[in-house]
Ligand binder design. Structure first.
Ligand code: OAD
Length: 246
């Protein structure tokens, strides 16, 4: 059980593991996505320059898969916690799926982008837009008005994750840091737990997942188990002063 007091500010970092029980594969496990595909062939600027159709084939398959999945009790537990804590809750996900939102989470930072968004490859000024286009039968990749190809709005290897300033501010501020279902090998997310600890003496750091992450040494506590089973019983919250009076 993790007690959350009325002054606590909670930072949650989720990874592919939280969506595993919904039927989305993780990246590095036994049946992980990177066992079937090579990262550098489908998820990097070099891959895009070399073979954009192959990149779109990969993300088209993932878009089709994402249409079929539903949130699990782990996503719902975090949505309930946000409901209780309001501004004292910060959810940052490495996942491109929309399961947190489907479970009711309102403010989700998608540091690696979103599977159902696209943007112009040229950064011409057109903002990322909602998109569920998939590449079928070797069709041509849609073009932006400026002539650039449309690409997935995903942070590829070698690119800078989104919203890093907001993330850094929340890490500076949190008193409880919790990582869920992430192997702790991909930077910068793998170092968030260290940033959180560096700022406060009394920050509490916890990990939830079926096995210890690579950055285990930086966590005070590890709750071993699938997040869909662990998260729903993990939090003991005190109503905030505002809630009590209002
Ligand atoms: P990984 O595939 O590296 O790690 C998934 C973690 O989830 C592992 O540590 C598993 O033990 C854990 N896990 C498996 N089943 C679980 C369950 N039921 N409940 C909780 N945890 C479970 O995925 P990430 O750490 O998210 O980036 O990977 C980070 C980034 O690497 C991804 O965002 C992606 C990838 O390459 C991009 O595509 C840019």
């Amino acid at each position: 059980m993790i007690p959350i007091g009325r002054e606590d500010r909670v930072f949650i970092l989720t990874g592919a593991g939280i969506s595993a029980e919904s039927g989305l594969p993780t990246f590095r496990g036994m049946n992980g996505i990177w066992r079937t595909y090579r990262v550098e062939e489908v998820a990097s600027p070099v891959a895009w320059a070399r073979d954009p159709k192959l990149v779109w084939e990969f993300y088209s398959e993932r878009r089709r898969r994402h249409h079929t999945v539903q949130p699990n009790p782990g996503h719902y537990a975090l949505a309930r916690l946000e409901e209780e804590l309001g501004d004292r809750f910060f959810l940052c996900t490495q996942n491109v799926d929309r399961l947190h939102e489907m479970a009711g989470s309102r403010r989700v930072i998608h540091m690696h982008g979103k599977i159902f968004e696209s943007r112009c490859e040229r950064g011409c000024g057109r903002p990322p837009f909602d998109d569920d286009w998939t590449l079928e039968n070797g069709a041509e990749i849609p073009l932006c008005a400026c002539g650039g190809k449309i690409r997935p709005h995903i942070c590829w290897f070698g690119e800078t994750p989104f919203e890093m300033e907001r993330i850094a501010a929340a890490l500076e501020n949190c008193t409880v840091f919790m990582a869920v279902g992430t192997s702790g090998v991909v930077e910068p997310a793998a170092s968030f737990v260290r940033y959180a600890r560096a700022r406060w003496d009394n920050v509490r750091t916890c990990y939830i997942g079926p096995e210890e992450p690579s950055n285990r040494a930086f966590f005070d506590e590890v709750f071993l188990g699938p997040s869909g089973e662990v998260l729903p019983q993990l939090f003991a919250t005190e109503k905030s002063a505002t809630d009590l009076h209002g």
